[in-house]
Write a protein that binds this ligand. Structure first.
Ligand code: RP5
Length: 162
């Protein structure tokens, strides 16, 4: 069994349809991960324990997704030096702009690499995590290069009628 180097955490079960898109990318690229519900507000002790043990458990990247008052990515970045990639989950009330603003504007010293709102952001978080790991994993680097080339090759030269 491959060592888990990526932690995918989210504030709620309701975030999983979005965060699963990050997991799907990691599956495609053969990157082992764990997925957990860790809420900054509802399970603060779980957040603390996760951040405290992230280094000793061997995590290299944490992908953190939350919506609304999305404090999870920033609080996790405050608790561990493991790089945190933040995914602003799209909300019904404010379309995810609330999530984005809650995640992106971190104070100096505790960065969160903030992705786009919603599905594209979650998929890109998976790719970003893979890219970070690929800097020290040539096999993964080759798989990521092939993934990118396949995407480029799938784009037609010219638009077509439906
Ligand atoms: C946040 O509140 C979660 O990340 C989620 O996006 C949002 C709503 O959570 P639920 O009320 O659906 O559990 O903490």
């Amino acid at each position: 069994m491959a060592e888990v180097k990526v932690g995918i955490i989210m504030g709620s079960q309701s975030d999983w349809p979005t965060m699963k898109l990050a997991a799907d990318i990691l599956d495609e690229l053969g990157v082992a991960y764990e997925a957990k519900i860790v809420s900054a507000h509802r399970t603060p002790d779980r957040l603390w324990d996760y951040g405290k043990s992230a280094v000793s458990r061997g995590l290299s990247v944490i992908i953190a997704g939350a919506g609304g008052a999305a404090h999870l990515p920033g609080m996790m970045a405050s608790k561990t030096r493991v790089p945190v990639i933040g995914v602003p989950v799209q909300t019904k009330a404010l379309s995810g702009v609330d999530s984005l603003y809650s995640i992106v504007q971190m104070p100096k010293g505790f960065p969160v690499a903030t992705m786009a709102i919603g599905a594209a952001g979650a998929a890109n978080a998976g790719l970003m995590a893979a890219g970070i790991l690929a800097t020290s994993d040539p096999d993964l680097a080759a798989r990521l290069d092939a993934w990118r080339e396949a995407l480029s090759a799938s784009i037609p030269d010219e638009p077509q009628d439906d």
